[in-house]
Every structure is written in C-alpha cells, then in structure tokens.
Design a protein around this ligand. Structure first.
Ligand code: ATP
Ligand code: MG
Length: 437
C-alpha cells in the first residue's frame, strides 16, 4: 500500500478528548473515527488490526473444536421474554420496534438465540459435546462509554457457547476454552491472567476473567508475581488432551479481581502480591441450565431420559483488544505492534522522493515485498524526513526500511526494529530475502 494514496488521517497533536494512551494513539494514527458516543467507524489501518485479532481468535476457537456460525445483530424480543431477561436486562439493552410494532432489540449477547438454534436441531446426547461461536457486533447502551473503543456502546465480541449432557462434560468444555484463551492472548503478545471472578447465580468456581495488567485499566486486580514469568506459547499443550492438570497448574498461582480478592484470606505473602489495575479482555463462565431450562433445550441422555443441557459462555472483547494491545505495547513516540497483529509488517520510507536512485530502490523493494506477500506500507509522500519518520514511529509497524541517498550510494538501506530501535544496514536484496523468508 502506498501511503500517498492511503486513508490514514494522522494527527500531530493529541486530541483533547482522549484520556488514555491507546485512545490517543488510535486517533493520532488515524485508525478510528467516532460516529457518535461509544460508536466508531474503523478506518483502513484500524480495520486491518481488528481483522488480524479476529483471525487469531478464530484460529484458536477452531483448534479447540468450536464451530463458527453467524447470528444476527437484531433479535426478536420474544426469545428474551422466554428466558425472562427481556425485563431483567435494563437500560443497557437497545430496544427497537419494527414497522409492525413488534419488539426487537440489538443483541447485547446471544445466549437466547444460540439456545434456540440448539433446541431446534439437537435432540440427543450423541451430538454432544457441541461448542458454537460467532464474531459479531454487540450493542450495550453503557452509562459511561469511554476510552475510545475500550468501552464502546457498539463493540465486536467473539462469543462461544458450549452444550454438554452433564456437569463433567461442561467442565471439559470450560477447560478447553480456558486454554484456548491463554493461547489466543499470548499469540497477540499479551499476558492475560485468568482471575477468579464472580460467577453469578450458579456459584462454583467456574468463572474467570482474563485480564491484562495496565495502570489505565478499569478494575483493581491482584495476582502473584509469578504470573509475570508465565510463558504460555513455550508450553506444548495438547488442546484435545486431559486439560484439568494444565488448568490446575495455571491456577496454582493466585489471581483475583477486587470482587473476589479478600486481603484477610489471600494466601500470597505481601511481598509477592502485585496489586494493580487491569483491562478485562475476556470472560468465561459456566452457567449450567440457566437458559436450557426456561427455553426447554433438552437432550436424551444415555439412559434414555431427557435432561436440560449444561452450558457455558465464553467471550473475547475483540475490538477492546486493539486498545489493550496498544496499552501493553507502546512508547512515547507511538504504537509498537507485535508482528502477529500488525497492520503491515514493514514500513518502507523513501527519504528523498525527488531522487531517482532512492525512488528506484524503493519501487524495487515495494514490488519485491508485494510479490513475496510481505505486507508493506510504502511512504512515498513528498514530505519532510522528520515528519515521515515520526509518522512511521507513531503507526508502529514492527520493521522500518529506510531508504536515503547516502546509503543508496553505497548499495545499502537501513532496517530498523521499532521495538528495540536497533538498526542495521543491508543491501536491498538482503532485505527482501530476510522478510520473504
Ligand atoms: P465489563 O465488566 O468490562 O463491562 P462484561 O463483564 O460486561 O465487561 P462480558 O459480557 O463478559 O463483559 O463480555 C465479554 C467481553 O467483551 C469482555 O471481557 C470485554 O472484553 C468485552 N466487552 C464488554 N463490554 C464491552 C464494551 N462496552 N466495549 C468493548 N468491549 C466490551
Ligand atoms: Mg459490561
């Protein structure tokens, strides 16, 4: 992509309305545009990141055996009356009437709709376990939408729903999602810590919020300092194996949100306890037969008797993650994207657009990257060098390839790592083979 022809409205100055760094950088890097309070349009750069995150989430859900579906954003109120939540949900639910004056709503979540799909098609325990997910926009009329896409009113969520014939099956489904979540966040360069959370009406201990530590987070959280050493991706975990020992071993380290944390009973010695703030990027919980009973989602068990299915729901805040990743990975010059979610791998900067030699090298590199499938953003604008380099740092692509007249004379260009700041001079050919390899 050529920057001269790319819709990326970067800003020099910090927008006043943005209180936290991720919101500031998302606006300054031209990733989003507010449409109305808590509702955003995603501009090309922002949307590329959103799609990368979505794809990682999808791959890990698929690997865990969940099946992707797509449910609508607009739902009929009837199902919600069946579950009793139409009256319970309150003002966060956006209620709409269609032309026939039928009550509709913009889905804040999908337990009712997925249970309806399930009860229509599944009648026997033999079809279980089943886990269905979708990645779809939700609407919650939050009292205080803020921090940009972090707490939006419209936001993108992955929500999965598991169905099992009994509690033991539901535990297996829960553990699969638990591990899939750890992998998902780790692949985005995040350390998300599963924290014991309020489990609502069912009780029990099968409710965890996945939280990334950040001073700007909305909730107070507590965890053992050992969590900072955990490296999920280095562990070879078989998602189809027995996951109980794996989950137990992760949970042997203390972590809890302030709802659950009690200094009086906390087992961690003071010196080992981290008390900070965090951003909730996911939440998994088991809710038993809370929806299957009122909605009559039953299957025939092995003994021939009908039982209501046991379910859990598993949410990932896909759009919130864009902000979460920036909170976790930036410096005072801008964003530092992990490669896995970067909008482009390489930023190619032509320092001297009027110089035929520089432009020739850049055009060759650009063509080479495109042919090799390397995602490259090419700054071919006729702008001041300082402004171009500042924009590249702000946008935060993992690698910068800087082409200037002095280097080109010696047959080299500069390759800069955005995270470490380390630079290296290489021939254009070496650059191509390095990134195409
Ligand atoms: P919160 O406590 O932050 O309001 P929640 O408990 O209401 O979250 P869930 O219903 O568990 O959230 O939704 C699953 C995930 O969706 C959350 O973990 C979070 O990452 C994301 N999410 C929830 N509300 C919003 C929002 N208003 N804007 C962006 N993402 C959100
Ligand atoms: Mg909420």
């Amino acid at each position: 992509m050529r920057l001269s022809n790319y819709l990326i409205p970067t800003l020099r100055d910090t927008p006043k309305e943005a209180q936290i760094v991720s919101h500031r950088y998302m606006l300054r890097a031209g990733m989003i545009q507010q449409a109305s309070a808590g509702i955003y349009s995603w501009l090309p750069m922002g949307y590329r990141v959103l799609r990368k995150i979505e794809q990682i989430v999808r791959e890990e859900q698929d690997a865990a055996g969940a099946q992707e579906v797509l449910m609508p954003t607009i739902q009929s109120a009837d199902l919600w009356r069946e579950s009793g939540r139409y009256d319970d949900y309150g003002k966060e639910m956006l209620r709409i009437q269609d032309r026939h004056e039928r009550d509709m709503l913009y889905g804040p979540t999908n337990e009712e709709l997925i249970t309806d799909i399930f009860r229509t098609h599944v009648k026997s325990y033999r079809a279980l376990p089943l886990n269905l997910y979708h990645i779809q926009w939700k609407f919650r009329d939050e009292v205080r939408p803020r921090f940009g896409i972090m707490r939006g009113r419209e936001f993108l969520m992955k929500d999965a729903y598991s169905f099992d014939v009994d509690y033991e099956g539901a535990v297996r489904a829960y553990n699969k999602m638990f591990v899939a979540y750890l992998k998902t966040y780790a692949r985005m360069g995040l350390r998300a810590i599963p924290m014991a959370a309020d489990s609502g009406p069912i009780g029990g201990d099968m409710s965890h919020e996945f939280v990334i530590l950040a001073e700007t987070g909305e909730s107070e959280v507590y965890c053992h300092k050992d969590w900072l050493e955990v490296d999920v991706l280095s562990q070879d975990i078989d998602i189809n194996g027995d996951l109980q020992p794996v989950v137990d071993s992760f949970l042997s380290r203390y972590a809890a949100t302030d709802e659950k944390h009690d200094p009086a009973t906390c087992p961690v010695p003071e010196g080992d306890l981290i008390a900070t703030r965090g951003i909730e990027v996911g939440h998994i919980f088991y809710f038993g037969t809370k929806y299957s009973e009122p909605l009559n989602a039953r299957v025939t068990g092995p003994d021939g008797k009908d039982v209501p299915v046991h379910s859990g729901s598993y949410g990932v805040g896909v759009s919130r993650l864009v902000g979460g990743i920036i909170e976790a990975s930036h410096d005072d010059r801008g964003i530092i994207w992990p490669e896995s979610v970067a909008p482009f791998l390489v930023g190619l900067v032509n320092i001297k657009v009027g110089d035929d030699a520089c432009t020739g090298v850049c055009e060759d590199l650009y063509r080479g990257f495109n042919n090799a499938g390397v995602e490259c953003l090419y700054d071919d604008r006729d702008e001041r060098t300082g402004a171009k380099l500042a924009d590249m740092d702000l946008i935060g692509l993992p690698w910068q390839v800087i082409v200037g007249p002095r280097g080109v004379k010696n047959g080299v260009v500069e390759v800069k790592n955005r995270r470490t700041g380390e630079t290296e001079e290489m021939s254009p050919e070496a650059v191509l083979s390095r990134f195409s390899g």
